[in-house]
Ligand binder design. Structure first.
Ligand SMILES: Cc1cc2nc3c(=O)[nH]c(=O)nc-3n(C[C@H](O)[C@H](O)[C@H](O)COP(=O)(O)OP(=O)(O)OC[C@H]3O[C@@H](n4cnc5c(N)ncnc54)[C@H](O)[C@@H]3O)c2cc1C
Length: 415
């Protein structure tokens, strides 16, 4: 086993990890190493062939691969140390990790670690969909890999489980691969495409005769060697129907890639399922930061990249001063709130990345009253209108100055 040392070890070479590495370089921090499981850095965007990447971080509209290439070139020209095809597999100490690669095992002892391991879609098995186990079942990620990386034929007719933004990306990939989409199936009361994506839904789905089944779920998959049909259960009536298709794509329903975070014993938020972080992206363990989609599932790549940059400032401050927040107050969510990120407050609280908290609701609501309270004290109250699940909302941070850093947990309530 080799052993190495570095100042900052970044686990994950996606937009969050690479943007953090570049910002650290800009801030004059040396000794940064990026570790990436795949053979190439760039993260999920490498395989997302749609346009729509980079507006807020690179100020340019890229396709996924060109966005990933842009970051790769910047990292190369900044001469940042990258270990590709290398997976962080085990913790040997609070900031020491074992890496596994074709070269063997390496232990890296770092002064600080940034976890930026992203998120993944829940596959069929995790959604507990019963039935046969034939070929033709994908997630958006595996579909895009099949189509764009391996140039494989997909099928003749598909059903897409999910009706959120990434489901449109899957629909577009299917159409480009010559596979019409019979139906989009969502367990929510309606689809979750808002303007301008609702126009894209019309272009990709409505005008091609794709049905929307809502609220409904794919409740069974049939087929011997290849998918032959899916059973769809309509959740409002309990009725079932069988839709003939040879391809099923499970989209969205993201889960943070939190294995490395869990192995470290970091506090995990039960709602986001990512590590609990404060506004500066400190986790519960001294020396370990977290950023990007690991925090709460999929946001756009520029949000993840800006969080990576934001984390770089916290890391640089920690390396310079050695201070770590001791008092941490959790933000609990109640009522119709699905999650909030960041979800912890600490004494040296900085406004979060983008100067806003991100939060989501669990269903469709015309109006909700949003309140933030600490004990009996009301810190913030405002009405929000026309809310839908799977759409990120922004919460301003101006109430932070009223939080008692030694007080009770803060509660975000939507009713
Ligand atoms: C189909 C699809 C379409 C999308 N379309 C858009 C779009 O149009 N516009 C947009 O802005 N965003 C889009 N996104 C979202 C965007 O891809 C993500 O927001 C972004 O990639 C998140 O960056 P990240 O760095 O947090 O995570 P990721 O990009 O997922 O990067 C995490 C990296 O960590 C690595 N890793 C994980 N565990 C380990 C480990 N143990 N050791 C070493 N490495 C590890 C992974 O291999 C991965 O490369 C899309 C996503 C999908 C799936």
């Amino acid at each position: 086993m080799h052993s190495e040392r570095c100042d900052v070890l970044i686990i994950g070479g996606g937009p969050a990890g690479l943007a953090a590495a570049l910002e650290l370089k800009r801030l004059g921090v040396t000794g940064v190493t990026v570790v990436e499981r795949e053979r190439e850095i760039g993260g999920l965007p490498r395989l997302c062939y749609n346009t729509g990447f980079g507006l807020r971080d690179l100020h340019w509209l890229h396709s996924g691969p060109s966005y990933a290439l842009d970051y790769r070139r910047r990292v190369e020209s900044a001469q940042i140390d990258v270990h590709a095809a290398t997976t962080a597999t085990e913790w040997q100490g609070p900031t020491t990790l074992t890496l596994t690669s074709p070269r063997g095992l390496t232990t890296i002892q770092a002064r600080t670690i940034l976890l930026a391991t992203g998120c993944r879609e829940r596959p069929r098995a995790a959604r507990l969909v019963p039935g046969d186990r034939p070929q033709g079942i994908f997630t958006t990620g595996s579909l895009q890999r099949f189509v764009h990386q391996y140039g494989q034929q997909i099928g003749q007719r598909a059903v897409v489980a999910g009706a959120e933004l990434v489901s449109l990306s899957a629909t577009m990939t299917l159409i480009n691969a010559g596979t019409p989409v019979a139906a989009l199936v969502t367990e929510h009361a309606s689809h979750q495409f808002y303007f301008p994506y609702s126009l894209l839904k019309w272009w990709l789905a409505d005008r091609r005769g794709s049905r929307l089944c809502a609220p409904a779920r794919v409740s069974r998959i049939d087929g011997q060697r290849r998918v032959e049909a899916v059973e769809i259960t309509h959740l409002d009536t309990g009725q079932t129907e069988t839709v003939a298709c040879d391809t099923v794509v499970f989209t969205g329903d993201w889960i943070p890639e939190n294995e490395v975070a869990r192995m470290a014993g970091l506090d995990i938020d039960p709602h986001t399922r990512g590590p609990r972080v404060d506004g500066s992206l400190h986790t519960s363990q001294m020396g370990v930061f977290a950023a990007g989609n690991l925090l709460r599932g999929a946001e756009t790549a520029d949000v993840a990249a800006l969080e990576g940059r934001h984390a770089a400032h916290g890391i640089a401050a920690f390396l310079a001063q050695g201070k770590w927040p001791q008092q941490r107050i959790p933000i609990h969510v109640e009522g119709r709130v699905a999650w909030i990120s960041p979800n912890t407050l600490s004494w040296d609280e900085r406004p979060p990345s983008l100067r806003h908290f991100l939060w989501r609701v669990d269903g469709f609501y015309r109006t909700l009253q949003l309140s933030i309270v600490q004990g009996e004290r009301l810190l913030y109250q405002r009405s929000r209108h026309y809310l839908m699940p799977n759409r990120t909302l922004y919460l301003e941070a101006d109430w932070l100055s009223q939080v008692d850093p030694l007080g009770e947990p803060v509660r975000l309530i939507a009713r």
